[in-house]
Design a protein. Structure first.
Length: 263
């Protein structure tokens, strides 16, 4: 399924896990269980030894995955085995893509059923060669914007992104937080254009997921709390969290649709 098809059913719940954590062999089943619980898009992180956009929870997951034998070749094998009907999205760092070769990496994504790529350390101004490779492979290259992104650059990023626009809820690294900032709501409100927008970095509860949907987002992205539950072996609790988040964002969308129109 293409990302654009998934967003026809917005709002969506997008779930991140670190591929290979706790083991490469466990990842396909985890992906299937997440999809069955209600995840609309699944981000599969490729572990990196220096994940500059990630906080301690995902850093630790990457180290566990690498120690368990995860590498780029194994990543694509695992992604291909995770046969689910929802879109799968790569998330990782540019040097790993560059080392493999841009065209080969994009083609490997397509062969593994990965329909989108998120590369946090690649700005759109420098993304021309990878964008071309992604277009050739039919893979969406997704860009990120933050609360401190200036208006003119936000417009450019929205125009360049494919699939959806990834809105970073706060400056800093990934990690569960206890609140949704006003700057996040402001960022959602000032995105130009009509491409789908999803909010990540710090979403960890059903209430937070519902809050960003109520503020106008088309998707909520949850990551660190899922990685933490996997690390503790609490998979049933993870599945229940996904179900609760899905219910919360559906309720928020229904309430949003009933809001009075102000003329």
């Amino acid at each position: 399924m293409k990302i654009s098809e998934a967003f026809e059913r917005a709002p969506l719940l997008i779930v991140y896990i670190c591929a290979g954590d706790p083991t490469p062999a466990a990842t396909p089943d985890l992906v299937r269980r997440l999809a069955a619980a209600g995840a609309d898009i699944i981000e599969l992180g490729l572990p990196h030894s220096d994940p500059i956009a990630d906080g301690p929870t995902i850093q630790a997951a990457a180290q566990r995955a690498i120690a368990a034998g995860m590498n780029t070749d194994v990543y694509f094998q695992v992604a291909a085995e995770a046969d689910v009907a929802v879109p799968k999205v790569f998330m990782g760092y540019y040097n790993m893509i560059y080392a493999r070769g841009l065209d080969k990496f994009a083609q490997d994504c397509e062969r593994a059923g990965i329909t989108g790529m998120i590369v946090p350390d690649l700005p759109p101004e420098e993304a021309g060669p990878l964008r071309q490779a992604c277009v050739g492979a039919g893979v969406d290259l997704i860009f990120l914007a933050a609360p401190n992104t200036p208006a003119n650059r936000l417009k450019m990023i929205e125009e360049e992104t494919a699939g959806f626009l990834y809105l970073v809820a706060r400056t800093g690294v990934t990690g569960a937080r206890s609140d949704v900032l006003q700057s996040t709501r402001d960022l959602i409100a000032r995105v130009p254009g009509d491409k789908p927008k999803a909010v990540g970095f710090g979403i960890s509860t059903p209430a937070q997921a519902a809050e960003v949907i109520a503020a106008g987002a088309d998707g909520a992205i949850v990551g660190s709390v899922c990685v933490d539950l996997i690390a503790r072996g609490e998979i049933e609790r993870l599945e229940q969290l996904i179900r609760d988040m899905k219910a919360a964002i559906a309720a928020a969308a229904a309430a949003r649709s009933k809001d009075p129109i102000i003329i």
